[in-house]
Design a protein around this ligand. Structure first.
Ligand code: TRP
Length: 338
């Protein structure tokens, strides 16, 4: 079982990213290894160029993101950790996949509609073909499993269609990957608006806990978290209580236990204040070591470049033969000899 996922180098990673995605990536390394295979994680700098970016900051954001992932426990010796632009087979395969991607399907992508509506001067063709490059990211490795957030569902469905169409037309060359949506992270909500997901683009900075927030900032955000005015206060997970439910979900995830156990641990609580303090403490216990390691890792950019260079080499040992098969199946390039 081979895993592939990609992460944007933009935006600061928040608690929803951490609990929903990053923790699953770290676990995926072992799951893939146990199955005699490997997990590939990719910082997608080329995708970050589909909307306006600052050239002088791109590399910095890649280092930031890489340092967070490594601090959280991605181990470049146990997985393949790459920067997208270091592995040219991604872009090469994207071109070939374009041949079996319907323009009409790309036109129906929700994310393209949303992002193109926000552009002021240019809607680039890279933004339009974003899902084709994403398909290439995964298909270049013949990956079986793609762990992503629910917002990426349509992109993964498209990549499955593209792989199927390729195989029907050119023979069984590519693997049709499965979508895997992490359950917990899909549920981490904004602390100020617990009916919408915690997100990078949220209106309230107050409601978003960042991985690199210091302990005091984390405490403050949880102290101000929206709960409800039920009297007497009830600490239970219930549809009618989105704020309290969210805190219980976060508490359980941060302590790596169940919501039932987290709820039981608060049986003697006097009110929501106790729940907030317990949750802030658990989140700080979870993130403090990550923040410490982050500072060390981020300080050594040469070391990060060495990690990327080694990752690209391991990656290309997989992608080069896949691209050779793709070219051969499509009848492109030199006649194979020997
Ligand atoms: N589009 C994904 C996102 O915005 C990032 C991504 C790029 C990705 N390539 C990928 C995710 C391949 C999974 C597999 O989150």
């Amino acid at each position: 079982m081979r895993i592939f996922s990609g992460l944007q180098p933009t935006g600061r990673k928040h608690l929803g990213n951490y609990i929903g995605a990053i923790v699953q990536y770290v676990e995926g390394q072992q799951r893939a290894a146990d199955a005699g295979d490997v997990a590939i994680y990719c910082v997608v700098d080329l995708h970050a160029m589909t909307v306006p970016w600052v050239p002088g900051e791109m590399r910095e954001r890649v280092y930031d993101t890489a340092s967070i992932l490594l601090a959280a426990g991605l181990d470049p010796d146990r997985c393949i950790f790459i920067r997208q632009s270091d592995v040219p087979e991604h872009t090469e395969l994207a071109w070939h996949l374009g041949a079996v991607t319907a323009h009409g399907d790309l036109n129906r992508m929700h994310q393209f509609k949303e992002k193109s509506a926000k552009q002021r001067d240019l809607v680039s063709s890279d933004l339009f073909t974003y899902p084709v490059l994403m398909a290439a990211d995964v298909l270049a490795y013949r990956a079986d499993e793609v762990p992503v957030g629910d917002d990426q569902r349509q992109h993964v469905e498209l990549m499955r269609d593209v792989a199927q169409r390729f195989n029907e037309r050119f023979g069984d060359v590519l693997v049709v990957p499965e979508l895997k949506i992490p359950e917990v992270g899909a549920r981490i909500m904004d602390l100020q608006d617990p009916t919408s997901k915690m997100s990078t683009s949220s209106a309230s900075l107050e409601g978003t806990v960042h991985v690199l927030d210091d302990a005091q900032a984390v405490e403050k955000k949880f102290k101000r978290a929206v709960t409800d005015s039920e009297d007497p206060p009830r600490i239970v997970r219930d549809k009618s209580k989105p704020g309290v439910s969210n805190l219980l979900d976060i508490l359980a995830a941060a302590r790596r236990t169940t919501v039932e156990e987290a709820t039981a641990s608060l049986a003697g609580a006097r009110g929501y204040g106790d729940l907030k303090v317990a949750t802030a403490d658990a989140v700080n216990a979870l993130l403090a070591p990550v923040r410490e390691r982050y500072v060390e890792l981020r300080a050594d950019e040469d070391a990060l470049e060495d990690i990327f260079a080694a990752g690209a080499e391991k990656a290309r040992a997989i992608t080069r033969p896949v691209l050779a098969d793709v070219r051969e199946a499509m009848g492109v390039g030199p006649r194979p000899r020997g």
